[in-house]
Design a protein around this ligand. Structure first.
Ligand code: ATP
Ligand code: ZN
Length: 287
């Protein structure tokens, strides 16, 4: 089957731009992303990258201007585009939350009835309010919702939050989560088989990069009389690799461990008699 260039749209400049570029580069896709570029052709993979505003990406994917794209789930849901989500990408994590001035007591969503809520996400907010039987007045704005209460434009806001610092400095507190969001890879629903074959190759690479990010490779030396105990601490992909060292009575043990608990495992290994423990980052991991 002849390969044709896959067209992908990523955010031109904003919170998802760097991570989107890094993800493609970690997939060993080389391209020039010089300042101000609107499009770029990869030199070692059949991919053309278009740099666009994030809000436009879902619609362009649906219309076939591009074959796929990287956007926040919040943008995808708000835009209501008819596209397929292929992979969750693990970056751009944030939540769409309702926040009130800090001094106000808050117990339940019903308290929002009759309030004016400023947001750039009217669709999702409307859905949340309907589900909670709240009749509030949605005030749609295009950005900087956090200042709306202090200038008397609204009683509450519904905006994206990650650390909560912006809310804090504006005297606001989060009271409800409307959506948990992260960046996703989306594609058109019915792509040709030529496009699908490149998209599948890209998706395999992306999954390999994401799996690698969640794991570490660990090597250590173990006294043979402690091997059983040490092996129990190391699940590996199937099971740990154990090889004899040149020095008799010792073995080299290799395994893959999750990053969430890797320090706990390392401490356990040391306590069990392991020596020379090396923990190494993995570039790509294909299960
Ligand atoms: P554009 O110019 O492309 O329209 P934008 O101003 O709409 O950019 P950004 O602020 O760059 O968008 O955010 C892009 C995406 O990053 C958001 O839609 C969201 O998915 C994600 N994101 C992660 N953390 C946050 C955060 N704390 N605040 C806002 N967005 C966040
Ligand atoms: Zn935007």
């Amino acid at each position: 089957m002849p390969q044709r260039n896959l067209k992908i749209a990523i955010q031109k400049s904003g919170r998802l731009s760097d991570s989107s570029i890094q993800l493609l580069k970690k997939c060993d896709i080389g391209f020039d992303n010089g300042h101000g570029k609107l499009r770029s052709r990869a030199y070692n993979f059949p991919l053309e990258i278009l740099f666009l505003r994030d809000d436009d990406i879902p619609q362009h994917v649906e219309d076939g201007v591009v074959d796929c794209g990287i956007v926040g789930e919040n943008t995808l849901i708000e835009g209501n585009a008819n596209v397929a989500t292929i992979d969750r990408l693990g970056f751009g994590k944030c939540r769409l939350s309702i926040a009130l001035p800090r001094g106000q007591e808050y117990e339940a969503a019903t308290q929002l009835s009759g309030k004016r809520i400023a947001t750039s996400y009217p669709q999702m907010l409307r859905k949340f309010l309907n589900e909670n039987n709240v009749d509030a007045d949605i005030h749609t704005i295009s950005g900087s919702a956090e200042i709306a209460p202090s200038i008397g434009l609204a009683d509450a806001i519904c905006d994206l939050v990650s650390s909560g610092n912006t809310l804090f400095t504006n005297g606001l507190k989060e009271v409800e989560t409307v959506l948990e969001s992260e960046a996703v890879l989306i594609s058109r629903n019915n792509v040709s088989s030529a496009v699908k074959s490149v998209l599948d190759s890209l998706s395999v690479r992306i999954r390999a990069v994401n799996a690698a990010r969640e794991n570490k490779y660990i090597l250590l030396n173990a006294p043979n009389d402690r091997l059983t105990e040490i092996e129990k601490l190391l699940p590996g992909i199937k099971s740990p690799t154990v090889m004899p060292l040149a020095e008799s009575g010792w073995s080299s043990v290799h395994s893959v461990i999750g990053i969430d608990d890797h320090w706990k495992i390392v401490e356990g290994l040391k306590a069990a008699g392991a020596e020379g423990i090396l923990v190494i980052s993995i570039d790509q991991m294909i299960r």
